[in-house]
Design a binder for this molecule. Structure first.
Ligand code: SF4
Ligand code: SF4
Length: 107
């Protein structure tokens, strides 16, 4: 886990926690994810669980592998936008300087 220190980013995490709170961990998002099928570490359900349970950004950085296909969004019975949550996690990681270097511009 990466603990967010900046107050602005903490506020963004709090908003994500509110968005993810209805999750009841059914796992439909993970079973619908085409990336999860080939890379089991990319688990949108666990990313949401991490946010709700700890309010911290998962350190693994697997959100960076999300293909933004929106399958998880379409199938979540609680209407949670996993894809938007993953994008916001990436934005927070970038703002905190913890984004994987291969995903950062070198220019
Ligand atoms: S599909 Fe929705 S309710 Fe089910 S685990 Fe994923 S985010 Fe939670
Ligand atoms: S949007 Fe990302 S997390 Fe959701 S199903 Fe597609 S690849 Fe998986």
């Amino acid at each position: 886990m990466t603990t967010v220190t900046n107050q602005t980013e903490k506020t963004r995490i709090d908003k994500l926690r509110e968005a993810a709170r209805p999750c009841f961990q059914c796992g439909i998002c993970a079973s619908s994810c085409p990336v999860f099928r080939v890379a089991p570490d990319v688990n949108p359900r666990l990313a949401v669980d991490s946010i709700v349970s700890t309010g911290e950004v998962p350190e693994e950085g697997n959100e960076w592998l999300c293909a933004y296909c929106l399958m998880c969004d379409q199938r979540c019975p609680m209407g949670i936008s996993l894809a938007e949550i993953l994008i916001e996690l990436k934005n927070i990681s970038a703002a905190e300087g913890t984004a994987p270097p291969q995903h950062c511009s070198s220019s």
